[in-house]
Design a binder for this molecule. Structure first.
Ligand code: HEC
Ligand code: HEC
Length: 425
């Protein structure tokens, strides 16, 4: 026996040790406490813990969505120096600056609840000069600019970062056009992201990444237009379609996604949480960790493969810990309902029976999520459009867009339908 024990291999001994510690663990976790009481969580307490957790996730997630830059100021301020262009030479920056009027005309929105009362009164009375960039800086200081966060040294704007709300919130214009209460999850279809970035005094981070010259980067940024952004350019470097049109897509609504599997316009990236990590790291240029070895494919994703974007590791990860609550908040944003009295319900019911009947729309847009439960992707030829955008995604397919608030052409679907707005109605 003693001999036998001595002849055991280390692996066997290792396994034996593991079994031993699992056994001890099980005794504590499942069977009985050291004092002999059975440990079963109180069901009422568990219910309460679930409710408390949901409320906390909601608060934290909303805060992240609206206010967290993930450290992206190191890129937009530190490298692109956008804050200098916004402030203008008169306020410690460069150039003429961006006045509140110019910012609003680029589609940037202002949260009326964060505008100091005196400033709001001044705007109404016409005594606050909306042509003076100094007042843009003041609005940033009051944290009133939706999705843009200023960082200050005294009154001097020293950097800016962006948040999810920059592209995925707008306002209800209750105060004035572009100034109102926040509408989280709505796409900002007025926002000219390309023109905003193009204002940056230093586009070298982009020319370096894409390995093209400054003029080419400017041409691309200026091609997008309002409500559009290209969330895949940093992977494949494809700025234009074969027909010469911009490769940018519409900013989609980031709401009504609970129960929806594949999201974004094109398919099989991952869950909403995958996409949040993707955007936080690779689009917003926050400081975090992101892993996706699919991006190592040098044919499909030459830029990402060269710059190793699928292996992003930050020493100070400011994104990963925010993902759970951010995911939770996004899935909590419902699709807005059409206001009562704005449609003829008898005709809508006839349309519904067509939709689910001979028109067969409901075979893909399955109510009430209006996309397929399961693998909700289709080849371009199945839906009768070109495959340019779909082939930029990992498995070359379009997502069955969940149909959300199609009646809202003012904000939600301003700029048209399908991924690039090719259909006006
Ligand atoms: C610069 C603009 C911009 C910013 C900032 C941005 N997004 Fe997006 N978002 C887009 C665009 C464009 C798409 C569509 C991408 C595609 O399909 O190729 C998108 C897609 C999405 C989708 C999928 C929506 C759907 O209907 O399938 C979600 C969810 C989303 N973004 C959440 C976020 C979150 C959360 C953040 C912050 C971490 C964020 N986005 C930041 C532009 C932006
Ligand atoms: C084979 C599956 C399939 C069928 C059947 C189908 N759709 Fe779609 N639908 C899609 C896909 C995929 C998209 C996304 C296209 C894109 O983004 O370019 C889409 C997009 C849409 C959009 C645009 C949504 C937006 O937010 O831009 C509308 C509206 C729409 N479909 C309505 C319909 C109607 C009405 C029918 C029936 C006449 C129908 N669809 C039948 C798959 C389908």
């Amino acid at each position: 026996m003693v001999m036998g024990n001595c002849l055991r291999t280390t692996t066997q001994r290792g396994q034996e040790m593991k079994v031993g510690s699992i056994g001890r663990y099980l005794m504590f976790a499942g069977a009985a406490s050291p004092l002999g009481f059975a440990i079963v969580q109180d069901g009422k307490q568990h219910d309460q813990a679930i409710s408390d957790y949901a409320a906390k996730m909601m608060r934290e997630g909303r805060d992240t969505f609206r206010s967290d830059t993930f450290g992206s100021e190191a890129f937009w301020g530190g490298q692109v120096r956008l804050h200098e262009a916004i402030a203008g030479a008169a306020n410690g920056g460069v150039g003429p600056g961006v006045s509140p009027k110019a910012a609003l005309s680029l589609g940037i929105k202002v949260d009326m609840n964060a505008v100091p009362a005196a400033v709001a009164a001044g705007i109404k009375a016409g005594t606050v000069d909306l042509n003076d960039p100094k007042n843009t800086v003041a609005l940033l200081k009051a944290n009133a600019v939706v999705g843009v966060k200023g960082f200050f040294a005294g009154d001097r704007l020293r950097s800016i970062g962006i948040t999810c709300a920059f592209c995925h919130s707008t306002t209800d214009d209750k105060f004035a056009p572009g100034i109102g209460n926040r509408l989280d999850g709505y796409p900002n279809r007025d926002l000219n992201v390309g023109k905003v970035i193009a204002a940056g005094p230093n586009l070298k981070p982009l020319t370096d990444m894409l390995q093209v010259d400054n003029a080419t980067v400017l041409k691309v940024l200026n091609s997008w237009g309002p409500g559009k952004f290209d969330a895949l350019l940093n992977l494949d470097g494809k700025a234009f379609r074969p027909d010469g049109k911009p490769a940018a897509t519409l900013i989609p609504p980031a709401l009504g996604l609970a129960g929806v599997n594949n999201h974004t316009w094109t398919g099989s990236w991952g869950t909403v949480s995958y996409w949040n990590a993707y955007v936080g790291n690779l689009e917003m240029h926050g400081s975090g960790t992101f892993f996706d070895p699919r991006l190592d494919d040098p044919k499909k994703y030459p830029v990402a493969a060269r710059t190793r974007q699928g292996h992003t590791v930050a020493t100070n990860d400011r994104i990963t810990a925010k993902l759970p609550a951010l995911h939770f908040y996004q899935l909590s944003i419902p699709t807005p309902k059409p206001p009562a009295g704005t449609f003829d319900s008898a005709r809508a019911r006839r349309g519904e029976s067509l939709f689910n009947g001979i028109a067969k729309c409901g075979s893909c847009h399955v109510p009430p999520i209006y996309t397929e439960p399961g693998w909700n992707l289709h080849k371009a030829e199945e839906i009768g459009i070109d495959d340019f955008q779909s082939t930029r995604a990992p498995d070359d397919r379009y997502v069955t867009t969940p149909l959300r608030a199609l009646w809202d052409m003012q904000k939600m679907h301003k700029g048209g339908f399908y991924h690039d707005g090719r259909f006006a109605t």
